[in-house]
Design a binder for this molecule. Structure first.
Ligand code: ARG
Length: 463
């Protein structure tokens, strides 16, 4: 006789139920309940296939499919009591199905295992997330495009080593992020295409002796095809790792932009004003407006990349096929997905609301000898000097301006000629920051015309 405290799903060979600690370490229901909708979709497709192949009667399959909808609506309404004793979402759903429809519920698990079931559920969940990230990235890119279009010809300092380097345009800087998020978007789409194969029907690890139709379940669930190897199907978590890899790189991009917003919104820079909606105040310093959203976005990459490393470490060294270690995949992915979505939405909101301080950007662009390269280029072009010599002459002029405490265009022609006799008044044409950016017409350069072309290309690509 079976002990009533042992598990009703697999308790046949057990005389006693688990220790409380065993139950605590073993159960995943506290987090995998997030897979409920995917689990029920997978089971409904499986039941339909079992009927179509004659493995189940139509009436049993219909009862199962209807009953599963009842269970889903209970879960969605919050009327479902999840049980830790039933370990995970798969057994919670099946146990409730049995209460709702009786005996036919016991036939659902024919020709499958929890191993292919969880692999299928999780793929469906990650696929939905990739689609959500796809949409959020497009929304963020549209917000950046709007900023770039408005400020295609606003000049600002471009930096290397966070030292003023050459003037660039605001639009150009915004479009640099559009390129980064555009690559993230293409990584999302690549990952989705690669992961869109269905593990269902791989059963525990070896396939099944029932005449199942894996093409049918794959198609029903929106997969391109069934996974080709049953061992691989139940043990692969590449799709989750790829999601975390894509998420990590995207979070890193968000973090770099967030850092720039923190710097730019400081009183020392005043390049942007962040909206009140995306800032906070200080409880003690009344003058303060803090860029907390940007700081938190900057931080999110820590936990997202942490999740990537954690799952990689869980998976390394696991023998084929399924091992319970793999139950540790879900919390990492859930946490990374939630935080990435939050960071993307917050960044989109901040970018939509933020105000570039055009006059401050321009004033900063003109300071710090930012057109020194233009002066050197002028010496090459007009005076026919080798670039190395032009670099040297320009350096001497910068030193002179620095000693005088002024900028390059503030040096008189006589002062310039004292450094090099061939300099003429036309040099002043290239020393202005607007001239400087307008001259950077090489493909992908910072000239407003090039920026507008970049904006037009991306608008067309995003549709
Ligand atoms: N909760 C399990 C997981 O997330 C489901 C698969 C359990 N399979 C098994 N053979 N115990 O991995």
């Amino acid at each position: 006789m079976t002990d009533t405290t042992s598990n009703q799903m697999w308790g046949g060979r057990f005389a006693a139920g688990p220790d409380a600690i065993m139950e605590a370490i073993n159960a995943s229901i506290s987090f995998d309940k997030r897979l409920a909708a995917q689990d029920i979709a997978g089971s409904r497709a499986h039941a339909a296939m079992l009927a179509a192949t004659g493995i189940l009667s139509d009436s049993d399959a219909e009862a199962i499919r209807e009953g599963l909808l009842t269970v889903l609506s209970e879960i969605e309404a919050g009327d479902f009591t999840f049980s830790t004793a039933l370990e995970d979402i798969h057994m919670n759903v099946e146990a409730r199905l049995k209460e709702v429809i009786g005996t036919p519920a016991g036939r659902l698990h024919t020709g499958r295992s929890r191993n292919d079931q969880v692999a299928t559920d999780f793929r469906l969940w990650v696929r939905d997330q990739l689609d959500a990230v796809d949409q959020a990235l497009v929304a963020l890119m549209r917000a950046l495009l709007a900023q770039a279009e408005a400020g295609a010809d606003w000049v600002m300092p471009g930096f290397t080593h966070l030292q003023t380097a050459q003037p660039v345009t605001w639009g150009h800087h915004m479009m640099a992020y559009v390129e980064m998020f555009g690559r993230d978007l293409s990584r999302v789409r690549d990952a989705r295409a690669r992961m869109n194969e269905c593990p269902l029907g791989a059963a525990a690890l070896a396939g099944t002796s029932f005449p199942i139709d894996r093409e049918m379940t794959a198609r029903d669930l929106g997969f391109d095809r069934p996974c080709a190897n049953s061992l691989d199907a139940v043990s692969d978590r590449d799709f989750a790792l790829e999601f975390l890899g894509v998420a990590s790189i995207c979070a890193m991009h968000l973090s770099r932009f967030a850092e720039e917003l923190v710097i730019w919104s400081s009183a020392q820079f005043r390049f942007v004003a962040l909206s009140d909606r995306f800032s906070t105040g200080s409880s003690i310093m009344p003058q303060k407006k803090n860029p907390d959203a940007a700081e938190l976005i900057r931080a999110k990459v820590g936990r997202i990349f942490g999740a990537n490393v954690a799952l990689m470490m869980v998976m390394k060294g696991l023998p084929l096929a399924y091992s319970k270690d793999m139950q540790e995949d879900k919390e990492q992915v859930f946490d990374a997905a939630d935080n990435l979505m939050l960071a993307l939405a917050a960044m989109e909101g901040m970018v939509r609301d933020m105000q570039a301080e055009r006059a401050n950007l321009e004033a900063a662009a003109a300071s710090g000898f930012s057109t020194a390269t233009d002066l050197a280029d002028w010496l090459v072009r007009v005076a026919g000097m080798p670039f190395r010599e032009a670099h040297h002459v320009t350096g001497a002029l910068v030193a002179k301006a620095e000693a005088k405490g002024c900028d390059l265009p503030d040096l008189s022609l006589e002062e310039m000629q004292a450094v090099h006799g061939e300099i003429t008044a036309s040099v002043y044409d290239v020393l202005g920051v607007h001239n400087s950016v307008a001259s950077r017409m090489s493909y992908g350069g910072t000239a407003p015309e090039q920026v507008r072309a970049q904006v037009a290309r991306w608008k067309e690509r995003l549709g």
